[in-house]
Design a binder for this molecule. Structure first.
Ligand SMILES: Cc1cc2nc3c(=O)[nH]c(=O)nc-3n(C[C@H](O)[C@H](O)[C@H](O)COP(=O)(O)OP(=O)(O)OC[C@H]3O[C@@H](n4cnc5c(N)ncnc54)[C@H](O)[C@@H]3O)c2cc1C
Length: 222
């Protein structure tokens, strides 16, 4: 089923990321962490579907999408950047395997944070948020999505890591084997990893090398 939904509001979150609130169909079902296919309801764009995560919660009145714009792709996100309140998106049923299984360490790169945002918001409502930690890697501090919300939600349990900026606030590091070995003592917990395909695969391999059982490793690419 494809739903025609109206953009209710747009907010700039970073230099290349925007938050869209859109109307929600009656009885639209999804689990926090899941994604859906989105297209723009304009001539020439309706068949160009791209996957995006729903960052709002199932009980919210509207749907929220957090979208990074890639002007250089000349694709859908560039066109999404030009959309205004009142424009329409086409949205399909939700799908995706990245849902919450139990306490653990979340490791995100860039927009890979989006499924975790929904999961963290759910865990906050359930008073379960103190059972998880987050490692969130970005190139620079300008790229961090929802830094304030994540800091408030997770307090000292979030560590922001920058790969391309020397900053007095956050550590400059790569999420390599050495880094993860120092960070991870408890291997009997879930490891949720979401980011660019190369990063996700590599971290999955590092975790296996460290002796984390496969059943505890949950990987998703963006
Ligand atoms: C399950 C899932 C959930 C996701 N959730 C989110 C989310 O919540 N938020 C988010 O921001 N993103 C998310 N993504 C990523 C998102 O789907 C992509 O960023 C989006 O599809 C890019 O669309 P695009 O049309 O702009 O670019 P593309 O589809 O990458 O490309 C469009 C055109 O640009 C060309 N192109 C591709 N790469 C380049 C390049 N490097 N340089 C120049 N041209 C290029 C292509 O050949 C194509 O013609 C998710 C992805 C997955 C798989």
């Amino acid at each position: 089923m494809t739903y025609k939904l109206e953009i209710l509001s747009i907010k700039i979150l970073t230099h290349n990321v925007k938050r869209f609130r859109i109307s929600k169909p009656n009885n639209y079902n999804f689990l926090p962490g899941q994604a859906t296919n989105i297209a723009i309801n304009k001539p020439g764009w309706r068949d160009k579907k791209r996957p995006f995560t729903i960052t709002s919660l199932p009980g919210d009145d509207s749907l929220e999408l957090i979208i990074k714009i890639y002007p250089e792709h000349n694709g859908v996100t560039k066109a999404i950047n030009d959309l205004k309140t009142g424009d329409q998106l086409l949205l399909e049923e939700s799908w995706g395997k990245l849902t919450y299984k139990g306490p653990g360490l979340f490791i995100a790169g860039g927009t890979g944070i989006t499924p975790f945002i929904a999961i963290f918001r759910m865990l906050e409502q359930q008073n379960e948020l103190e059972k998880i930690k987050l490692l969130y890697a970005n190139k620079t501090s300008q790229d961090i999505i929802l830094e304030d919300e994540l800091s408030i939600l997770l307090e000292e349990r979030v560590q922001f890591i920058l790969t391309k900026e020397d900053s007095s606030k956050y550590k400059k590091a790569y999420l390599d084997l050495d880094f993860l070995r120092h960070k991870i003592q408890n291997k009997q917990q879930y490891f949720y990893v979401c980011g660019p395909a190369g990063m996700t695969k590599q971290i999955g391999l590092y975790l296996k090398t460290m002796g984390v059982e496969e059943r505890f490793i949950i990987l998703d690419d963006q």
